[in-house]
Write a protein that binds this ligand. Structure first.
Ligand SMILES: Cc1cc2nc3c(=O)[nH]c(=O)nc-3n(C[C@H](O)[C@H](O)[C@H](O)COP(=O)(O)OP(=O)(O)OC[C@H]3O[C@@H](n4cnc5c(N)ncnc54)[C@H](O)[C@@H]3O)c2cc1C
Length: 280
């Protein structure tokens, strides 16, 4: 049971949602945008989060759309991880979402909720960072398109009250050869000890990581090391591990050493996939 009352709104445009947010905030209602609601409701039930109003974004066409837009593929922020996988539009994003929580939750968790939520892994950002995704953010000034690299640095940095309506990636990146390796502690369905997503463009491997540091990231300097074919793959992996050692997380799920060990295994699997032509 949620131990407090809150008002529920379901606007049918992004403009209405954003102006409603401002109005509710001004009257002290502490509004929140509501995607799948799984994080908001779980945190509210255990007393970790309070809000006076929820603004459900699932009737906003810009947030629920998914499909082709010329040479790009668009994913609305209220689209579920399950729907993204079924669409087959961006297989790396589909595969990443298909390893978050269980199949039932994947029909509920939204792309925007995964990116904007407080649970630190935010694995769906990995393919978007690799594909240099464009993000559409709606504020009082209307819709703005920005690069993911401008608004994501470990976490999504949106102005207060801004609504992420969706994101898009080019067909070229969406269809590029890729690999996904998620290492968990016990079960297939679990938070990541280390997740690595990789995407190949013109023979160059991009990669991004979740689970090892506090927040997910892509680091171009580490990509240079990964692609330095003057050194054998194992030594490249060792070098990247040393770079990642400062800041590696130790918590109840796994020590920093364990996370780095799992990360190295994941990177070696990516190398093996590349060598054996198993990146699809
Ligand atoms: C059982 C379980 C297992 C999980 N395992 C993993 C995992 O392995 N890896 C991983 O990365 N994550 C994992 N998660 C985290 C999950 O992806 C997040 O909790 C996510 O926030 C849930 O999405 P939602 O749509 O239900 O979010 P909601 O509860 O609707 O929202 C979460 C937050 O995001 C904000 N928000 C939502 N949409 C928008 C938007 N469009 N614009 C601006 N703000 C917005 C909300 O205001 C709220 O603050 C797991 C969660 C659960 C419940």
């Amino acid at each position: 049971m949620i131990p407090f009352d809150f008002a529920y709104f379901r606007p049918d445009s992004a403009a209405e949602a954003v102006s409603l947010y401002q109005e509710l905030a001004r009257s002290g209602m502490e509004p929140v945008y509501y995607g799948g609601g799984s994080e908001l409701l779980t945190m509210a039930r255990v007393g970790n989060r309070r809000f006076g109003a929820v603004i459900d974004i699932k009737a906003i066409p810009d947030c629920t759309a998914i499909g082709e837009e010329g040479e790009r593929f668009y994913f609305g922020s209220a689209v579920s991880l399950g729907a993204i996988e079924r669409s087959g539009l961006f297989p790396l994003l589909g595969r990443t979402g298909a390893r978050i929580a269980d199949h039932t939750m994947q029909q509920r968790i939204t792309l925007g909720g995964n990116l904007a939520g407080t649970i630190r892994y935010r694995e769906c950002v990995l393919p978007l960072l690799l594909a240099d995704a464009g993000m559409t953010v709606f504020t009082n000034d209307g819709a703005q398109s920005v690069s993911i690299h401008q608004i994501f640095s470990g976490r999504l940095d949106l102005p207060t009250g801004a609504l992420l309506t969706g994101c898009s990636v080019s067909r070229e990146f969406a269809r590029a050869r890729h690999g996904h390796v998620k290492k968990t502690k016990n079960e297939k369905i679990d938070y990541p000890i280390a997740t690595v997503c990789a995407l190949e463009t013109d023979g160059y491997l991009r990669f991004a990581v979740s689970g090892v540091h506090e927040n997910p990231f892509r680091d171009m300097a580490l990509e240079e090391i990964l692609n330095d074919t003057r050194t054998v793959p194992r030594l490249r992996a060792d070098k990247i591990v040393e770079e990642l050692r400062p800041g590696a997380v130790s918590d109840v799920y796994g020590s920093s050493e364990y996370r780095l060990f799992a990360f190295k295994r994941a990177i070696m699997e990516i190398f093996a996939m590349e060598r054996e032509g198993a990146m699809v």
